[in-house]
Design a binder for this molecule. Sequence first.
Ligand SMILES: [Mg+2]
Length: 183
Amino acid sequence: MTVLIDMDDVLVNTTEVWVQHLNALFGTSVHYEDLTSFDVSLPFRPHTREEVYATQAHAEFWRRATPMPGAVAAVEAIKKAGHRVFVVTNSQYVCLQVKMEELLFRYFPMLTWSDVILTACKQMIKGDVLIDDAPHNLAGGDYEKLLFTAPHNRAFNAASAGFTRVNTWPEALQKLRALTPNA
Ligand SMILES: [Mg+2]
């Protein structure tokens, strides 16, 4: 089985650390858990979307991001079960080197650049399952759809969209095993 896994807010806690970085930069006190939109810039208004997203180029917050609980063990388990893993990410090129070297490959040494697919259109990618926190990456894809819970998607009705919601990595592993009973 080919397992496609999103990076930000699924493998690593990007947005939580990014919000802390933005708060320090702007003197704001936005709480990550209060985000209700995929667009992180909304609670930072009147700062513009461009201003907020330009900070993706700041290397320092990528260095502070860490794996989501259970993510490293989960990727190990998926690979050990004989599945192919691809990290499918819409990462911006301005942060790519620090994000890969000092975050993904630092904490997930079982992954290499050959396991990374960069795209803004995940529906173009072929795989058996995609684990992602963004409903717009799951919708319309030709893969089983696991919605990884994040503050911005809590109100989203996963079942009515044909997605399976998973709240944690142990839950995601359970759902993956259900897709491949012999794994
Ligand atoms: Mg994500």
